[in-house]
Design a protein around this ligand. Sequence first.
Ligand code: ZN
Length: 349
Amino acid sequence: MSSLSGKVQTVLGLVEPGKLGRTLTHEHLTMTFDCCYYPPPPRYEATSEEPIMMKNLFWIQKNPYSHKENLQLNQETEAIREELLYFKANGGGALVENTTVGISRDVKTLKWLAEETGVHIISGAGFYVDATHSPDTRAMSVEQLTDVLINEILHGADGTSIKCGVIGEIGCSWPLAESEKKVLQATAHAQAQLGCPVIIHPGRNPSAPFQIIRVLQEAGVDVSKTVMSHIDRTILDKKELLEFAQLGCYLEYDLFGTELLHYQFNPDIDMPNDNKRIRRVRLLVDEGYEDRILMAHDIHTKHRLMKYGGHGYSHILTNIVPKMLLRGITENALDKILIENPKQWLTFK
Ligand SMILES: [Zn+2]
């Protein structure tokens, strides 16, 4: 048991879990996504270099990773401050900002946003996908990686004394890279020592979440403290989903607001829309998993901000919750998904 036991660790320090309120468990407030730039079709090269305008906004919405400025979420701190105030005005209380090393984590900006808005912000320790690992990271042993994670939680991240409150999002590719496997093992070791929450970004294959849970469990993780992100784009088959749900981790539907015709990172997937996500959540509630579901938007590009005509951080509270009620998900189940489950997950054991 660590000194953090029974508490949640935000960028402003420890808080009582009951203070969080409605919590989004997978968001980004400042990051860069150059690692995942996707070259546009030949005649759109000029478009990808333009500033964001009304006349190219639809193209950016359909090709979000092919527009260079769109990948610089770190340039929008003022707009995001306003959006967090709007989130709070709509009943939001907290969010997990799980930007990790490799996509420009910036805990100082997170601290500033928390101070300015009063929204509880929990920051993430660890590393994004293999493509962003530095040679130094790749050269580290599992023990050294474990020390890095523990240090970011107990002492502070990015050379500051601002502490992380979860491990992740830990980036995994498909197939799983050797360096990613070591980071997963380190994640399990640090989790077992600290009793902390863990959140994983799986590779884009239905087998990836199963493999990741196996690796984590073999290394001693508490699976009940583990979140599998991006279930919406990873496990689309109903039978496979119910099989995965039995493993006991949290199932996170975290791409609310994303309505894509063509999913650039995996053209084989028909990205579900919000109505489909709502039906999936209803299914999991009906099957008895309401204490294992989490929801978020995973905003990581500019075009999803309200400033650029996007849905923003309040979409779940203002639009999705009313539609879920209409589709028979009870207020009691919604309180579990938005308040109780995040609270249980984020509290150190
Ligand atoms: Zn994310």
